[in-house]
Design a protein. Structure first.
Length: 506
């Protein structure tokens, strides 16, 4: 066979560059011999499979020749990286010799035979990035669904990954390699950990995800502290359709609460719904005595057992600081111990929408020996308590200014209704304006029953991303229901409500 004389070959990158040049000349291949710099970059990009610290061998001569040949055919480096390992030395030799004889062999059959995904060829990397992120979101929701609600998915040890998550890791791996980096998506724990940071952040370190034209660069897939898949995650997961409910987690919570309140019947049912959502918003950390008092006040004692079981956990010892439960001064939830002892010596509020997430302040310290302490489950904190910060601020302003305001009317038609069906307000805290727009383009929900429909965007999100509202507006449909929405920041909604009573008098 032709390659007999190099079977035992060994050498450095420099020697390999020389050997490739010699082979290309000898075989009369119509390709440029790669320079030393190129050989080194191929090694970094793992096109050359030689393990770190070892000399190159015969296999790398074959890989080098194959890479140069496939690049000339227009393959991307990512596609080549994907495919090369599936070729045996013998196959590589045959293919290279066939190229030398001008037979233009097809490199595909081996790939199909080994069931690898087809090479991406000229497919834009942006499509690959979007596919990877959709699969990631789907995989993370599946993973979350597998563990019991309330558990932290990042801690989950499971030998079998949801297929979506596995596929996402493969695609992300290709993106890293295509960018000349090492594959940082090979370990599921690293991937789940990174999912708690925005896709376009340095944490992921993928250039393509941070590009302006990658539409989900602002999205965070898992809530950083509560470790529950975010609303953004749910929306991205559903991009390709067919992923069931728009937001499986939120939908399940909503159904549970409706089922619970339904048995009270009629108008009491809606009142109970509002009372419980308000309870989760204002008192996500609560002593058993106060909880029972609240339920008595609101005529909800028949639901007592169910409420504790479905929506609360006992405060675990690991979240106590010097044996006490610290309550956040801004949102009232339980602060958690944080490794940064200087900045967060008194703990940190886990709710990303809360000022206390960055600037910790303790309101009071509760002793678990004096009363049984309950904390709302992580998914409640993510989907109800966090968003309630803006919702309650708007509602309280409306009330203080003498407006006829209702919180979560008719079991959640909207967040705040004013003057019956005259004004409906929804506060939203999706980290990505694009996922929010996709959500609204699908349906504006119960706001449709209101004459004036206001969508309030969290000021913190606008601070982080000054183009949030303009991106949201440009991604919203320009016709039908989405076009009827008035988009404002939460602070402008509050200003607007303060002026409203006077506007009515004149
Ligand atoms: Zn807080």
């Amino acid at each position: 066979m032709y390659f007999e004389d190099v079977r035992q070959w060994q050498g450095t990158a420099e020697a390999l560059a020389k050997e490739l040049k010699r082979q290309i000349e000898q075989l009369e291949l119509s390709i440029e011999p790669p320079a030393l710099r190129t050989v080194r970059s191929w090694r970094t990009k793992q096109l050359l499979s030689q393990p770190k610290g070892q000399e190159f061998g015969c296999r790398q001569i074959l890989e080098g020749l194959a890479t140069a040949l496939l690049l000339k055919k227009g393959w991307t480096l990512a596609a080549i990286t994907q495919v090369l390992p599936s070729f045996s030395d013998d196959t590589l030799e045959m293919q290279i010799l066939a190229e030398a004889q001008g037979l233009d062999p097809t490199w595909l059959p081996t790939i199909t035979a080994t069931a690898l995904p087809l090479p991406t060829g000229h497919r834009p990397a942006m499509d690959l990035a979007e596919d990877a992120v959709v699969l990631l979101a789907q995989g993370i929701i599946r993973q979350y669904e597998r563990v019991l609600p309330g558990q932290q998915i990042v801690r989950q040890e499971d030998s079998t990954l949801p297929p979506e998550l596995y596929q996402a890791m493969c695609k992300l791996g290709r993106l890293y390699i295509e960018e000349g980096q090492c594959d940082r998506a090979a370990c599921v724990h690293t991937v789940l950990n990174n999912a708690r940071y925005p896709l376009g952040s340095d944490r992921w370190g993928l250039k393509i995800l941070s590009q302006l034209n990658f539409r989900f660069s602002n999205a965070t897939i898992i809530d950083p502290d509560l470790r529950v898949p975010t609303s953004d995650c749910a929306e991205i997961a559903n991009l390709s359709g067919g992923f069931g409910e728009n937001n499986v987690i939120e939908h399940r919570l909503y159904t549970e609460l409706c089922d619970a309140t339904q048995r009270l019947g009629g108008r009491r049912q809606h009142k109970a719904y509002t009372a419980l959502r308000e309870l989760f918003g204002r008192y996500s950390l609560i002593g058993q005595r106060q909880l029972f008092d609240c339920l008595v006040d609101r005529d909800l004692t028949p639901l007592q057992g169910m409420i504790i079981e479905k929506f609360f956990d006992l405060v675990p010892d690991i979240w106590l600081i010097d044996g006490l439960a610290h309550r956040c001064a801004y949102c009232g939830t339980l602060m958690r111990p944080h490794p940064n002892n200087k900045l967060f010596a008194q703990g940190r509020c886990p709710i990303r929408q809360c000022i206390g997430h960055e600037l910790p302040k303790v309101f009071e310290k509760l002793d678990p020996n004096k009363d049984i302490l309950w904390i709302a489950k992580p998914q409640i904190l993510t989907y109800w308590t966090g968003p309630a910060i803006d919702e309650l601020a708007i509602f309280d302003t409306a009330r203080q200014n003498g407006l006829d305001a209702e919180l979560y009317p008719e079991s959640d038609l909207c967040d705040i209704g004013i003057n019956g069906k005259v004004i409906g307000i929804d506060a939203k805290s999706y980290t990505s304006p694009v996922t929010l727009a996709l959500r609204l383009n699908r349906s504006i929900g119960g706001l449709i029953y209101y004459r004036r429909r206001i969508l309030a965007v969290s000021d913190r999100l606008i601070e982080d991303n000054p183009s949030y509202i303009s991106t949201l507006k440009s991604t919203l449909d320009k016709k039908d229901d989405p076009a009827s929405l008035v988009i404002m920041s939460v602070s402008s909604v509050i200003e607007f409500l303060k002026k409203m009573p006077y506007a009515n008098q004149t």
